[in-house]
Design a protein around this ligand. Structure first.
Ligand code: FAD
Length: 395
């Protein structure tokens, strides 16, 4: 039977980063199995915003390490051709008077406590950064100058190329259909449509398909699937790549916006999304009523976009856990099996460090930061990673 030291299930940005880091940490016999094409899952739908604005301190610890990687991607991968497409344009966060403004100020302080450049700024300073801003209903403005956005395709392909350079095998078109266990219940490999493959370590990075792991093991993995719409607007003014990322906590949709392709504005909403029963990356309709409703909110904050037209739209699905934070590490009760799922719409930016942490944990090495807060057991124990904004992708 074909045999490897470690098998990664899933070739999204998380799985590919795990494979790369396993190889980098010395595990030279790594096999990644992807049912479709590398990056063809939810990674392809990502808005790719890279920020450290989190109120859960553990998330800041991950995000600030990731930001350092995105800023020096080629150096980190020791590959002069590696480019994550990272645009350091800064992140502006605005909130109206009340609990969200309080949460914003407290969240900036959480990041500052870990050495992140995250500050409250005046309205005048905010207008200097983004002259298009309408701030009449805004009480608090936060600014993270180091943040920005990257490119999912470039990031994933750089991890994949370097995983292969270090000896990992990344195989497309192979669906994992089950786990192989030994007499003691320990993981001994995976079952695939093309036969079993042996490995003492298996890491699932299956995102919205992670319920398959629950079916294979009988272990409940809390997960809801939430579909979100994203669209781009093109206005009379072409915006350069320097347009900062904007998070509008004062808008009903808690919108996020960023530059797209040099001329357009990408817009997504921060609400719960549409719950769907089964994992599916097929594109759903983005109703024009929705675009009009969200477009009005955009025009309220950025009046220059009042006349903008719809350029493109798509949908994407989040793998949401009860506290909107991921589950990372060994799965209790099944020795040799590890999971990384539940990124709840904010996993792209975490991919460099999550890959390294999962590789460290799977290889029995000390982890750079404790994984215990992200353990599956936290849900049953009531130790949720709850943030100051309540549940949501900015937790
Ligand atoms: C609309 C949208 C906007 C987002 N915006 C942001 C953002 O601005 N910033 C941010 O940080 N994050 C964002 N995210 C989240 C981020 O994109 C995801 O968390 C991240 O891409 C998930 O990567 P992944 O590798 O876990 O999942 P995926 O890319 O979905 O990869 C999972 C892979 O596993 C494969 N697979 C599953 N089961 C099997 C099996 N049995 N056998 C073989 N292969 C299997 C699938 O085919 C798939 O390719 C956004 C997500 C969406 C949907």
């Amino acid at each position: 039977m074909e045999s490897h030291d470690a098998i990664v299930i899933g070739g999204g940005v998380i799985g590919v980063s795990i494979a790369y880091h396993l190889a980098r940490l010395g595990c030279r016999d790594v096999l990644l199995l992807e049912r479709g094409q590398l990056g063809g899952g939810t990674t392809a739908q990502s808005s790719c915003i890279v920020r450290t604005h989190y109120s859960v301190p553990e998330n800041v610890a991950l995000a600030r390490r990731c930001l350092a990687v995105f800023r020096d991607f080629a150096g980190y991968l020791e590959d002069p051709e590696a480019d994550s497409g990272f645009t350091r344009c800064g992140l502006l966060i605005v909130a109206g008077e009340g609990p969200r403004a309080d949460a914003l100020r407290e969240t900036l302080a959480v990041a500052r406590a870990q050495g992140v450049d995250a500050r409250a700024i005046t309205h005048d300073e905010a207008r200097r950064i983004l002259p298009l801003l309408q701030l009449d209903d805004i009480a608090a403005v936060g600014w993270e100058p180091e943040s920005g956005y990257a490119d999912a395709y470039l990031t994933l392909t750089a991890f994949a190329r370097n995983a292969r350079r270090l000896g990992a095998v990344l195989r497309e078109g192979v669906a994992v259909t089950g786990l192989v266990r030994d007499a003691n219940g320990r993981v001994a490999g995976v079952a695939t449509e093309q036969g079993p493959i042996a490995a003492g370590t298996v890491i699932s990075a299956q995102n919205i398909w992670s319920r398959e792991v629950a079916a294979w093991t009988g272990i409940d993995l809390p997960l809801t699937l939430s579909r979100h719409a994203v669209f781009t607007l093109e206005g009379p003014t072409p915006y350069a790549r320097g347009l900062p990322v904007l998070k509008d906590l004062a808008s009903p949709g808690k919108l996020y916006m960023r530059g797209y392709g040099g001329r357009q504005l990408l817009v997504g909403d921060g609400n719960e999304g549409e719950t769907i029963a089964a994992p599916d990356t097929v594109q759903a309709d983005v109703p024009l009523d929705y675009v009009a409703e969200i477009g009005e909110q955009v025009a309220h904050r950025l009046p220059a976009f009042a006349e903008a037209g719809l350029a493109a739209s798509w949908t994407g699905v989040y793998d949401v856990t009860p506290d909107w934070n991921p589950v990372l590490g060994p799965l209790p009760g099944v020795a040799g099996l590890h999971v990384a799922y539940g990124f709840s719409g904010h996993g792209f930016k975490l991919s460099p460090v999550v890959g390294r942490l999962l590789a460290q944990s799977a290889l029995g090495l000390p982890t750079d930061v404790p994984l215990a807060p992200y353990a599956l057991e936290r849900f049953a124990a009531g130790r949720l990673l709850a943030g100051r904004y309540g549940t949501g992708a900015v937790s």
